[in-house]
Design a protein around this ligand. Sequence first.
Ligand code: BEZ
Length: 261
Amino acid sequence: MASFLPRAAPCALRFATRPVLRAQRPAAPLFRRGFATPPVAEQPRLRLGSVAPNFQAKTTHGDIDFHKYIEGSWAILFSHPADFTPVCTTELGAFAKLKGEFENRGVKMIGLSANDLSQHDQWVSDINEVCNTNVTFPIIADADRKVAYLYDMISQDDLDNIAKKGIAFTIRAVYIIDPSKKIRLTMLYPASTGRNTSEVLRVIDSLQLGDKKGVVTPIDWTSGDDVIVPPSVSTEDARKKFGQDNVREVKPYLRFTNVGK
Ligand code: BEZ
């Protein structure tokens, strides 16, 4: 994977000092003295259902405290390896065009790219021009990889090669976070593969519908399709809840219903 990555800028060799986090798992691999080391030695575990770690960062919309920024809202945090790279440009343009779709779902957007603000501003102009759009969500400036390490948005290949390359690039990660700040879904893509915006919206629809209606969604489900009654609900209770004629029992453990969009 590392061969896909652009060469690190010389300034990237300088990392920020390490914030101290409560140790929850063993320290990251050791790096040769004198070479760039990740700013976070120990990361919180990012399990589904765990609280998304807070951080402060500079963004294209000013300084933010992440928890304050997402307060009371669904949120999507998505990372990019670097500014002025082709796949990232197409991804950010596509996310920008879907602003209305994310707003309709009450989801606050925030991107991250591993460069500083001066590069972000110029790159955003390029994205707007090339993709004929208007990027209106903030993009975190993470040249020192502080957030990338905190959220484990780094590939092992890159970590293993850090002594040679001087810096680890950021992978394409997606974190979907609910209004109680819990991580509900993660997607990790390599730098070589652009994401699928329809899939991102689809999983948000599934999570939000599941929370509202107490259902789960089958393979390839999209909004409006039949959903599944979870195993914890009896068929009798499902019929009371969703309507006598609105529960189709294929097997005692596989019951479909329709709850609309
Ligand atoms: C890209 O966005 O095109 C890209 C970024 C890093 C490595 C490879 C591709």
